[in-house]
Ligand binder design. Structure first.
Ligand code: ADP
Ligand code: ASP
Ligand code: MG
Length: 412
């Protein structure tokens, strides 16, 4: 008997018929002889609507604690409805909220991290032959406060539970057929990957491919639990996110991603002396702001420019912190929140020179100016004007995937 964790996203449980469809799939899996934990998101649009209500009543600054209490209701609604639909098919099911299923997190509201999962209750439900229907995206901190795991967090709930229960697989059912070479809604020629390594998926997720929340991939990699991303509307195989050894096709570029949710801050004419970077970045990290790319120019006449990017949601606060630092350091500050980060990701890059050059040439041919560059072993990212992001993604996808995804030395 296998233990399977299945996660269904918002669109997959978007209306009563879709919930009935999910119930059938889950029950089929159980009747095929598996133990099943099913983790669900809020119905499509529900979380956005709750966020809008919180912003309205909280006048743009809702209390983080109450924000989490409110947002967690979306998932609570779905678990009850799905359990009812499963009962109608004649199978046992019990809905469990985050605290009921033992999802322990830290106390960082709106972006809590999972600390531990106490699986006793889940195991009792499974041992009784029932399906455990758990609420994604939510947990409880040490003081009993409800927390949420950040947007897209149900993926992380599902994978973390799969790891804690040592499940055989975590299936992520969504509204696309798997992980594609880029967002299929932006590039119609995007193709579905049959397999992708944990590391490539980690990069793709952290660089903007929202099909999986990045922390879900971290859990899967750490505990070696394979993820199968697939459609909730048919039964075809999707994409396996798995160990590098199990990925046959080592593409030079397996994905092109974009992220429009970052902003750029530049400090001009900062003195080039020890301690300056610490003065700028210490208060940012103390405020919990995660800085992404950092570029510092070569110094000229004893001063230099420093540019970094932050999530757009933290932009106003980061700009204020940068301004305070700049005042103290005698520098000036500029900000820009209409930027996008476009990246190419691929394991094959490790063994191939020339990917960066090709990327820069493709963008130059489209007349797109590159504002910042950062690289790692398996990815190259550039920051550019937001209005060019889709053009850049299409051009890079054409160059690297449509016209030249394979390693030429491996073609016969
Ligand atoms: P769910 O509600 O099921 O969690 P999400 O909306 O969070 O679904 O994620 C699925 C969406 O991710 C797809 O509809 C697609 O537009 C987007 N997406 C972005 N990049 C990719 C990619 N490389 N492969 C597949 N989907 C992607
Ligand atoms: N409902 C939450 C969101 O919309 C969590 C999730 O769907 O994964 O972000
Ligand atoms: Mg999602």
């Amino acid at each position: 008997m296998a233990l399977v964790v299945q996660k269904f996203g918002g669109t997959s449980v978007g209306d009563p018929d879709r919930i009935r469809n999910v119930a059938r799939r889950v029950v089929d899996t159980a009747r095929a002889g598996n133990q099943v934990v099913v983790c669900v998101s809020a119905m499509a649009g529900e979380t956005d609507a709750l966020v809008a209500l919180a912003q309205d009543l909280g006048q743009g600054e809702p209390s983080p604690r109450e924000y989490d209490v409110l947002l967690s209701t979306g998932e609570q609604k779905t678990i009850a409805l799905l359990a009812m639909a499963i009962h109608k098919l004649g199978h046992g099911a019990e809905s469990l909220t985050g605290w009921q299923m033992g999802m322990q997190t830290d106390g960082a509201h709106k972006r809590a991290r999972i600390r531990d999962i106490d699986c006793d209750r889940l195991r009792r439900v499974l041992d009784a032959g029932s399906i455990a229907v758990i609420a994604g995206f939510q947990g409880v901190d040490d003081d009993g406060n409800i927390t949420t795991l950040g947007r897209g967090g149900s993926d992380t709930s599902a994978v973390a539970v799969a790891c804690a229960l040592e499940a055989d697989v975590c299936e992520i059912y969504t509204d696309v057929d798997g992980v594609y070479t880029t967002d299929p809604r932006i590039v119609p020629t995007a193709r579905k990957l049959s397999r992708i390594s944990f590391d490539e998926m980690l990069e793709m997720a952290s660089l903007g491919a929202k099909v999986l929340q990045v922390r879900s991939v971290k859990f899967a990699k750490r505990y070696g639990v394979p993820i199968h991303v697939r459609s909730s509307f048919h039964t075809a195989e999707g994409t396996w996110v798995t160990r590098e050894e199990d990925v046959m096709e080592k593409l030079i570029v397996s994905g092109v991603t974009f992220n429009r949710n970052e902003a750029k801050i530049t400090l001009r004419a900062v003195k080039d002396q020890p301690g300056v970077a610490g003065r700028v970045f210490t208060p940012l990290s103390a405020a919990g702001i995660v800085v992404d790319m950092i570029v510092q120019n070569l110094s000229r006449d004893g001063s230099t420019d420093m540019t970094f990017t932050v999530p757009q949601s933290d932009y106003a606060q980061a700009l204020k912190i940068a301004q305070d630092a700049a005042d103290e350091l005698g520098a000036t500050v500029e900000g820009n929140d209409s930027i996008a980060k476009v990246s190419v990701v691929g394991l094959g890059m490790k063994d191939h020179a020339g990917v960066a050059t090709k990327m820069f040439n493709v963008l130059a041919e489209e007349g797109i100016n590159i504002q910042m560059i950062s690289t790692s072993e398996i990815k190259i990212s550039v920051v550019l004007d937001e209005k060019y992001s889709e053009l850049a993604v299409r051009a890079l996808h054409r160059a690297f995937v449509d016209d030249g995804g394979q390693d030429p030395s491996e073609e016969s």
